[in-house]
Structure formats: structure tokens, C-alpha cells
Design a protein around this ligand. Structure first.
Ligand SMILES: Cc1cc2nc3c(=O)[nH]c(=O)nc-3n(C[C@H](O)[C@H](O)[C@H](O)COP(=O)(O)OP(=O)(O)OC[C@H]3O[C@@H](n4cnc5c(N)ncnc54)[C@H](O)[C@@H]3O)c2cc1C
Length: 386
């Protein structure tokens, strides 16, 4: 059996879901294929921090800032509860050495217009009284926010469906061929789907999809482990990361040691999500006791009240890591109609609305609001991709 769609989006993760919604809003005939259930990949195994102050100044921060305002009206646009809380975010600084590095980092962010302030220990505790008296300093960014990533992914998909998109779960893409008529033929166990435009939003599996059309895509899984506590009374109003978190994210030497900074988030229902590691461990999503002990002791050092927490589970997700920390977005020049939207590492939730918007603009012939050149797949290869 064969069928046709104007655009096929490979993935019902948060990126594919956002692309599908933005396209369907523009009345594009779109079909979403996922090998599993919606939100069963990384988007269902992560935190929900919409953090700007964790982004490197430059194109990454510019993209995050360009998309931040999209969150403000998203619940209304999607007609769904997404547990968005816009109370700003905190980065905890635990030593004088960290403070020097953080000061430089936020100076650059402020030059880019982000508006991050440096707080002394007392000011930090005025903002979040649960913080330890051992905190050295902190930074505060009022634009940082928090969302429920699972609710948001499912809301994108529901809204896309209402606009006419079709979503096929448990439908793996097994192969992609080019027909004699020059269109893509996508093989799935259910049918062959013909299309002129494919969006590869398969997260850590994007390289497998790339191989089907002869492309090498440098995305590697980078595991992050999270501990979940039972619901607790309100303790932390804003998401929190440590300065070490930003270092582990961007410094390959630190990352290579399996080092971790911390991330702490209290959800709308009161559960805490405590993280996290950054490990290259292939596709293994096992959570370890060693990592759990480290996460627990480090997060308790910053919020002593967590000593009363009851752990209910642990999980691990796979961040789609790229060598330069930027997602891979846009057309691939050697494969007309094959569009990348993957490799968001630890930022896919925060960047999901802007990514969906940009890709939909590209497909419908509108010039995206930000230049996609720094995000093209070709940046990883000398000359053109063959
Ligand atoms: C521990 C942890 C904490 C994080 N915290 C944050 C945070 O606070 N803020 C933030 O912004 N980001 C965070 N992230 C990053 C964020 O979760 C990811 O960037 C984002 O979820 C990636 O979404 P995706 O849609 O690209 O991939 P996925 O959600 O993995 O979706 C890919 C989909 O493709 C499907 N697929 C794969 N192969 C095929 C195939 N052959 N055929 C059909 N379908 C296929 C899969 O089934 C999957 O559903 C975190 C990540 C981790 C691991």
C-alpha cells in the first residue's frame, strides 16, 4: 500500500511535534511518523527548564532569545495546560574560582542583551530562602522559565492533529529511497509513503535516518541521569543550575571525566527533579547508584531541605549531542527536500517553539527570522556533503 504527504516529519518527540504543529497551522499537509509512542524518546526523559542563561553567547543564545517570547502565549495557542512558570532562573556559584568564570560568562550574555544579574549570597537567599548558607554567590535571569516537557510535546501533537496533521505511532521508518520520479519513498511496515519533503527530527536516532539517504550526521547520545522525589511542599520557586553544569555542558575536558553540575527543579505537583550527569555511554539508558549518590549529595549541599526528600525513582535520557553544541537545522544542499531538525543536546525543550517555527518558515518559503547558516549540517564537513 502506498500513500502521499506533502511533508513527512520523522519523530513525535518535542522537535518533530513542534515542526508538525507549525506546519499544520500553515495548512501544510503533514504526516508524523514515530517508531514508538509520542514523547517516548528524550523528550519524555528530561527536565523542563527553559533556560537562557545556560546558553553560550553567540548564535546559540541569540536563537534561544529569539524564541523565548513564544512560550508566553503557547498554552493559549495550543489550548492546553503546559505547566509553564515564568519566574526566572538561578545559577548557583560555589567557589571564588567559579565566580570569576561566571562573571565573564554573564558579561558576554549581558552584552547580548540577556539581562543576568549577579547576586551575593544574601541576595540569593532572599530570592530562594531554601539555598544553603554555603552558597558563594548566584546569578539570576528573569527570562528563565520552566515547562512540563511531556505536556508540551503532547500539546504540540494534539494541536497539529486539530489542524489536520496525521500522526502514526509505532511506525518505524525502515528505509528511504528516491523514486524514478525524483520523490522520496519512505518504507514503513504499514505502507510506503511518498513525499518531496522529509524533516529528520529523530533526535539521537537522526544519524540512522541520515544513513538511509547516504548522509553522515554527527549526533551522539549523551546520557543524563535524573532522580525524582515524591511531592514536597513548595520549597524552590525557580529552576536552578550550578556553574559546574554550564562547564560540563560546554567544556569537553570536563565532560570527558563524566563530571556533572547540578540541576534542580520542583514541578507543579511538588516533585523534585534532581540532576544530572553528562556521559557518553552509547544508547544505554541505565541509571546507576553511583551517579544517584553523587547527584543527591551535591543537590543537598545546595538545598539542605532536600535531606527530607523521599526518592521515588530514577531515570536516564539521551541528549542528542553535536560536536559544537549547536543543533543541526535546515536544508542539506546535496539532498533537496531533506531537512534537518535535530541535535539540540540539553536545550531541545527550550528551543522547541523556535525550531518548529523556523523549519515551518523554511518549508513554506518564508525567510526564517534568524540565519540558519551556522546550523547547517555542512558546517561539519569541508566542502559540500557528498
Ligand atoms: C536528563 C536530561 C535533562 C534535560 N533537560 C532539559 C531542560 O531542562 N531543558 C531543555 O531545553 N532540554 C533539556 N534536555 C534536552 C531535551 O530533552 C532534548 O534536547 C529534546 O528532548 C530532544 O528532542 P527530540 O525531539 O530531538 O528527540 P526525541 O524526543 O528523542 O524524539 C525523537 C523521536 O524519534 C523517533 N524515532 C527514532 N528513530 C525513528 C525511526 N527510524 N522511525 C520513526 N521514528 C523514529 C523516536 O521514537 C523518538 O520519539 C534534557 C535532556 C536530558 C537527557
Amino acid at each position: 500500500m502506498s500513500s502521499h504527504a506533502d511533508v513527512v516529519v520523522i519523530s513525535a518527540g518535542i522537535i518533530g511535534a513542534s515542526v508538525a504543529w507549525h506546519l499544520s497551522e500553515k495548512k501544510v499537509d503533514v504526516l508524523v511518523l514515530d517508531k514508538s509512542d509520542p514523547c517516548s524518546g528524550t523528550s519524555g526523559a528530561c527536565d523542563g527548564m527553559v533556560f537562557l542563561q545556560s546558553k553560550k553567547p553567540g548564535v546559540h543564545l541569540a536563537m534561544a532569545m529569539a524564541g523565548r517570547h513564544r512560550f508566553d502565549n503557547l498554552a493559549r495557542e495550543l489550548d492546553a495546560e503546559i505547566e509553564l512558570r515564568c519566574r526566572g532562573g538561578i545559577m548557583a556559584v560555589t567557589s571564588a574560582a567559579e565566580l570569576a568564570a561566571v562573571t565573564r560568562f554573564i558579561q558576554e550574555q549581558n552584552r547580548a542583551g540577556l539581562g543576568v544579574s549577579l547576586l551575593d549570597a544574601r541576595q540569593a537567599r532572599d530570592l530562594e530562602p531554601c539555598l544553603s548558607t554555603d552558597i558563594f554567590a548566584a546569578t539570576f535571569c528573569p527570562l528563565d522559565a520552566q515547562v512540563n516537557p511531556i505536556y508540551l510535546t503532547l500539546a504540540f501533537l494534539d494541536a497539529a492533529r486539530r489542524h489536520g496533521a496525521k500522526v502514526l505511532s509505532r511506525t518505524p521508518v525502515m528505509d528511504i529511497r528516491i523514486t524514478p520520479r525524483g520523490v522520496y519513498a519512505i518504507d514503513t511496515p504499514r505502507s510506503i509513503i511518498e513525499t518531496r519533503t522529509i524533516v529528520n527530527a529523530a533526535g539521537v536516532h537522526a544519524p540512522e535516518i541520515g544513513k538511509m539517504v547516504g548522509l553522515e550526521i554527527p549526533i551522539t547520545p549523551r546520557r543524563g541521569q535524573i532522580l525524582v522525589t515524591g511531592p514536597m511542599p513548595p520549597l524552590l520557586s525557580r529552576c536552578l543550575i550550578s556553574a559546574g553544569y554550564v562547564a560540563a555542558k560546554y567544556d569537553p575536558d570536563i565532560a570527558g571525566t563524566g563530571s556533572m553540575g547540578i540541576s534542580i527543579e520542583q514541578t507543579a505537583r511538588g516533585n523534585f527533579l534532581l540532576g544530572t550527569t553528562r556521559e557518553f555511554a552509547g544508547f544505554d539508558t541505565t541509571a546507576s547508584l553511583t551517579a544517584a549518590k553523587k547527584i543527591l549529595s551535591r543537590t543537598q549541599a545546595v538545598i539542605p531541605g532536600l535531606a527530607n526528600a523521599r526518592l521515588i525513582r530514577t531515570f536516564a535520557g539521551l541528549r542528542p549531542f553535536t560536536p559544537d553544541g549547536l543543533p543541526i537545522l535546515g536544508h542539506v544542499s546535496s539532498r533537496p527536500g531533506f531537512i534537518m531538525a535535530a541535535g539540540h543536546e540539553g536545550d531541545g525543550i527550550a528551543l522547541s517553539p523556535v525550531t518548529g517555527q523556523i523549519i515551518a518558515e523554511l518549508i513554506t518559503g518564508t525567510t526564517p527570522g534568524i540565519s540558519l547558516t551556522p546550523f547547517h549540517l555542512e558546517r561539519f564537513f569541508r566542502g559540500t556533503v557528498s
